[in-house]
Design a protein around this ligand. Structure first.
Ligand code: C5P
Length: 234
C-alpha cells in the first residue's frame, strides 16, 4: 500500500506527458498526483491518458461544497477510475459521508478517499483570528482526522510531522498522505515544515507526495529512485 506519489504540477498535458515519458522504461510506474492546475487546464483527457500509461492516480481536487453537490461530483469522478481523491474535512462529517457514497461504484469498489484537515499553509494564528477556531492547530488536526474516520474515509493529507498525531488519534491503519518532503541535501523552496523520505517512513507516513525534488531535478528518474529507496526500501 505504501508508495511515493509524484506531484505533477505542470500547466499543460504536453509538459506532463513529456515528463512522464522519462519513466517509460522504469519497472516501477510512478503513482502520479494531478492537482487543480493540471486538471482545470487539461481536464479528464489527461487523467485518462496517464491511466492508459499504467500509472496510479491521486486526483487532488479537495472538494468542499454542500453534501448533495459533493455526492454528485464524486459520482462523476468515480467513473474516471482514479486510485485516490480528496475533500476538505471542514465540509463536515455529513459532507464526507456524501462524498464516500458518491464515489462508491455499483459493484462496491471505489478509490481511496482522504481528507484535508487544515492546510499546511494555514498558521495557528490565521486559524484562530480569521477562522475563529479557538483550539490549537494540532488539536484541530486530530479532531478533523477523527471526523474523517467517523465518516468512513481512509485517511488524511497532513504534514509528515503530524503523521504520528493522526495515527495516535485514529489508529495506525488510518492512512497519512504527506507532502513537504525534501532530500537532506536540498533546498526547502517555499515549504516550511519539511522532512526527508527516510524520516517520513520512520514517523509513519503511508504515502509521500513529492513535487519539485523530482520534477525540477536534473535527472528526475534518479531522484524518483532515490525517494523510493529512502522511503520504501531502506
Ligand atoms: O514541490 P513540492 O514537493 O513542494 O510539492 C508538494 C505538492 O503537495 C504540491 O502539489 C502541493 O500543492 C501539495 N501540497 C502541499 N501541502 C499541503 C497539501 C498539498 O505541499 N498541505
Amino acid at each position: 500500500m505504501r508508495d511515493v506519489i509524484i506531484a505533477c504540477d505542470f500547466p499543460s498535458a504536453e509538459e506532463t506527458l513529456a515528463f512522464l515519458d522519462k519513466f517509460e522504461g522504469e519497472k516501477r510506474k510512478p503513482f502520479v498526483k494531478i492537482g487543480m492546475e493540471l486538471y482545470y487546464g487539461a481536464g479528464n483527457e489527461i487523467v485518462r491518458e496517464i491511466k492508459r500509461r499504467g500509472h496510479k492516480i491521486f486526483l487532488d481536487l479537495k472538494l468542499h461544497d454542500i453534501p448533495n453537490t459533493v455526492r454528485k461530483a464524486m459520482k462523476v469522478l468515480s467513473a474516471l477510475d482514479v486510485d485516490m481523491t480528496n475533500v476538505h474535512a471542514s465540509g463536515t462529517v455529513e459532507m464526507m459521508r456524501a462524498a464516500l457514497e458518491g464515489l462508491t461504484r455499483a459493484d462496491g469498489t471505489r478509490p481511496l478517499l482522504i481528507a484535508v484537515t487544515q492546510l499546511t499553509s494555514t498558521s495557528e494564528e490565521a486559524m484562530q483570528k480569521q477562522l475563529l477556531i479557538n483550539a490549537g492547530i494540532n488539536d484541530t488536526i486530530a479532531h478533523y482526522a477523527r471526523n474523517a474516520r467517523e465518516a468512513g474515509l481512509d485517511g488524511v493529507v497532513c504534514s509528515p510531522l503530524e503523521s504520528a498525531l493522526v495515527k495516535e488519534a485514529c489508529g495506525k491503519d488510518f492512512i497519512t498522505v504527506t507532502p513537504g518532503i525534501r532530500f537532506a541535501d536540498a533546498a526547502a523552496d517555499d515549504q516550511v515544515r519539511i522532512t526527508t523520505p527516510a524520516r517520513a517512513r520512520e514517523i509513519g507516513s503511508d504515502f509521500i507526495v513529492v513535487g519539485r525534488p523530482i520534477t525540477a531535478a536534473s535527472d528526475p528518474v534518479a531522484a524518483y529512485r532515490r525517494c523510493v529507496k529512502e522511503f520504501l526500501e531502506q
